[in-house]
Design a protein around this ligand. Structure first.
Ligand SMILES: Cc1ncc(COP(=O)(O)O)c(C=O)c1O
Length: 425
């Protein structure tokens, strides 16, 4: 295996980096569709599933925060909140330690508690449902749309009950959910809409920024996200009262945080007004966030270009289903390819192994929540979520990140198409 990789590197370096091939790069990118079916996979490149985009400005900002002597929540966090609220176009932004924390605080400030039900998609990261349980409320899983993988509006209608208090739509991969229909339901049944925008910075829905459409929007700055501070999150809202309660709850229910106490004119005194959490952001993370925010649009364009290449290439295969999205609306946090299993003699899991053998790391988004042992039986089973099951059997998330080179993207395309061709029924 190692020998094969070594030899493949020689093939890659000596042959593919030959001026002939470099000269023909534009040809490659213009004719990606033609690469499908023609690929032979002669060499192995190692393509990680994700590589974070952290440049010198991010590093210098983090080091600056450390050297300033104030590393916990302080002036950088305040500046990051101001910049984020300005960027996203919402009056209040509350920086926290994760999107999970933001979602939890969102439910708390909306008053969700015991006896309440909150509708969440069955196909999401576990955090979306766990935060409902943190409030001693009940998550109700909804089936999804086969094309977008976002929550199904019909499923929401079917799941409404007198106990329903909120809906958490997840903008899957950055693709906006059907927010008009969701807001109509919320309006009719007096429900809160908390947008899980963990994947959706920057995404758009009918001219509005995703995360600003419902009552509260929650963003993630986790290591793999489109803006990364290692760990981190942001809650945004129009509601001043909710924002100020979220600020209090993120730091133990304290009425005055450390920066306010130790800054000039501050006082050592504080009160605990209610039981809260340790959910604050650090100034080290916020300093990185400020730098990353400046690049977020430019980095999105790079992911969009990769998605376009994938879509063009996979559209010509009769064994693959590209994730086509109207241009300019998705953050493209993920590229979710689907397999036409009916046209293939291998399963999704076997396809992933074939990609791995060719050095391409992938992932699956998501393992449906009802399949986890902690939710099984009580929250549903495979038979209740036919569309989530349909997507789960077919989905493979391909590498998509700003530092991917055209060569790497073409390598992924060639190999996905080659495997699809090789295992065609
Ligand atoms: C849809 C979704 N919601 C929420 C989260 C939680 O984000 P965080 O890790 O910042 O808590 C994630 C994380 O991957 C996610 O994918």
């Amino acid at each position: 295996m190692y020998a094969l990789i070594d030899i493949s590197y020689i093939i890659f370096d000596v042959i593919l980096c030959h001026p002939f091939f470099i000269f023909h790069q534009p040809f490659l990118s213009d004719n990606i569709g033609k690469l499908c079916g023609a690929a032979q996979g002669l060499y192995i490149m190692n393509i990680p599933f994700h590589v974070p985009y952290i440049d010198d400005s991010d590093i210098e900002a983090a080091v600056g925060a450390i050297k300033s002597g104030w590393t916990t929540m302080g002036p950088q966090t305040i500046e990051f909140e101001d910049s984020f609220s300005h960027y996203i176009g919402m009056p209040y932004a509350v920086a926290v330690s994760s999107c999970t924390a933001a979602l939890h605080l969102a439910l708390k400030v909306c008053g969700i508690g015991p006896g309440d039900e909150v509708i969440v998609p069955a196909n999401t990261f576990v955090a979306t449902a766990e935060v409902v349980l943190y409030c001693n409320a009940r998550p109700v899983f909804a089936d999804i749309d086969r094309d977008t993988h976002c929550i199904s509006v019909d499923a929401i209608y079917r799941l409404l009950s007198p106990k329903t208090r909120a809906i958490i739509p997840v903008h899957f991969a950055g693709h906006p959910c059907a927010m008009d229909a969701i807001l109509d339901i919320a309006h009719e049944y007096n429900l809160y809409v908390i947008e899980d925008a963990a994947h959706a910075l920057p995404s758009w829905y009918k001219g509005k920024r995703v995360g600003t459409i419902g009552h509260i929007g929650c963003f993630s700055f986790y290591a793999t996200k489109t803006l990364s501070t290692g760990e981190g999150g942001m809650l945004v809202t129009h509601n001043e009262e909710w924002a100020s309660r979220a600020r209090r709850l993120r730091l133990h229910g304290m009425n005055r945080d450390a920066w306010k106490r130790y800054d000039r004119g501050g006082s050592w005194q504080y009160d605990i007004e209610e039981t809260g959490y340790k959910y604050n952001m650090t100034d080290i993370a916020a300093a990185m966030g400020l730098m990353q925010l400046e690049k977020v649009e430019q980095l999105c364009k790079k992911r969009e270009a990769i998605a376009r290449m994938y879509n063009e290439a996979f559209a010509v295969s009769d064994a693959l289903i590209p994730y086509t999205v109207q241009e300019g609306i998705s953050a493209w946090h993920l590229y979710p390819l689907k397999l036409k299993l009916e046209a293939l003699s291998i399963t999704r899991d076997e396809f992933i192994v074939k990609l791995e053998e060719r050095g391409i790391k992938t992932s699956v988004h998501f393992i449906p929540l009802y399949r986890f042992s902690c939710f099984a039986h009580e929250y549903g089973n495979e038979a209740m979520f036919p569309d989530t099951e349909w997507v789960f059997a077919r989905e493979i998330s391909l590498p998509i990140y700003p530092s991917m080179t055209e060569k790497q993207v073409n390598y992924v395309i060639e190999n996905v198409c080659a495997i699809a061709q090789e295992y065609k029924r």
